[in-house]
Design a protein around this ligand. Structure first.
Ligand SMILES: C=CC1=C(C)c2cc3[nH]c(cc4nc(cc5[nH]c(cc1n2)c(C)c5CCC(=O)O)C(CCC(=O)O)=C4C)c(C)c3C=C
Ligand SMILES: [Fe+2]
Ligand SMILES: [Fe+2]
Length: 336
């Protein structure tokens, strides 16, 4: 039997303040997410971020929640079920979340009981970042360190370069292009502090946060910023976009340190200033619509764009529970 563990970030168990606080605490106390010494992290998270942010975030989660709950979770459940059906009997597929539930500890304990020959871990992050994929790997290693019998282990670090990934976004975009003549295409990725990129730069200063990320090389292939720029180029090429009509930006900055730039909010204002009135927005750092896509890009940035004088803002949906996404996963499993 081959085990396939799909792991997404996680979401609160319900959209009320105590559950959101619990989720934020677990998430932000991860040393790969807020990478400062434990004592300062604990003061920051437990003393400031969790208590003050939780009530505000709970209101936003209430807006996001629907009759099935959090989309990030139910799309994952749909995809795990459909992947199991397409892979068939020789495979055992489980979904887990890095934070909150369903938790990785129970999922791995259950998988251990199947006596697996091989275990394939697929974190649900198209681009590699220490704060996401790196954290999932660390947790897998921690949870499996005492296994008496270790199966063959295969970890999928990223999949932004899977050809069907760019094809999916291009096809979804084409649905919107039928009705609107967009004058700009904006690709917005979750940001990380610049320091995270510097710390992972083992080949010594390949990333200077400039044109160095314009190609993927032997040296920078693990750089989140370079992978995001490459994702944009791949989708833009698939759509046949002309240079100057598309760009990359980074959202969701937290704290005062510099994060990856340009920031999406500033970019939107700049684009409107340059006369761009109709923008099609993409969120290709996420496989499922969530707070960061539906609310932040689909609603908050739309409002910002319209307030600045923009006329038409449209977000392209994530892979969610589409058959194309299940197909990409099946291919990743077969190639692992
Ligand atoms: C403080 C630092 C954060 C880093 C670094 C970070 C990286 C990172 N996150 C995602 C994906 C998601 N993040 C989501 C929510 C979210 N992220 C942070 C902080 C950091 N993320 C916070 C505080 C929150 C909560 C938002 C709020 O309460 O207002 C989500 C959404 C989850 C949902 O339930 O909808 C996702 C997904 C990536 C891919 C990434 C690095 C590349
Ligand atoms: Fe995040
Ligand atoms: Fe770089």
């Amino acid at each position: 039997m081959i085990g396939v563990l799909l792991v997404n970030l996680g979401t609160p168990d319900n959209p009320k303040t105590p559950a959101v606080r619990k989720y934020l605490r677990e998430f932000l106390m991860d040393g790969r997410v807020i990478d400062i010494p434990y004592i300062f992290r604990s003061l920051l998270v437990n003393g400031i971020i969790a208590p003050f942010r939780a009530p505000k975030s709970a209101k936003i989660y209430q807006e996001l929640w629907d009759e099935r709950g959090s989309p990030l979770k139910y799309y994952g459940e749909d995809v795990a079920r459909d992947l199991q059906a397409s892979l068939g009997d020789g495979y055992y597929v489980r979904l887990a979340m890095r934070y909150q539930s369903p938790d990785m500890k129970s999922a791995l304990a259950d998988m251990q009981s199947k006596g697996l020959k091989k275990l394939i871990i697929i974190p649900f992050f198209p681009q590699y970042a220490s704060a996401t994929t790196g954290s999932v790997y660390e947790r897998v290693m921690e949870l499996m360190k005492d296994w008496q019998v270790m199966p063959d282990l295969s970890l999928v670090s990223y999949f932004y370069d899977h050809p069907d990934f760019a094809k999916y976004f291009a096809a979804k975009a084409a649905n919107y292009q039928k009705d609107v003549d967009f004058d700009y295409y904006l690709f917005s990725y979750h940001g990380v502090p610049e320091r995270h990129i510097r710390k992972g730069d083992y080949s010594k200063n390949t990333c200077v946060f400039g044109t160095c990320c314009e190609t993927i090389t032997e040296k920078n292939h693990g750089c989140y910023r370079a992978q995001c720029h490459e994702t944009t180029r791949r989708i833009a090429a698939e759509m046949g976009l002309k240079p100057g009509t598309f760009g990359t930006a980074f959202q969701s900055r937290l704290g005062r340190d510099p994060w990856l730039q340009p920031y999406t909010d500033e970019t939107i204002k700049k684009l409107v200033g340059e006369g761009k009135k109709k923008i099609l927005a993409f969120s290709p750092a996420f496989v499922a619509d969530c707070l960061e896509t539906t609310i932040e890009v689909g609603e908050e940035y739309k409002e910002l764009f319209e307030e600045a004088g923009g006329e038409h803002w449209q977000l392209v949906e994530s892979l969610n529970n589409s058959p194309e996404w299940v197909g990409i996963l099946e291919d990743l499993v077969k190639k692992s």
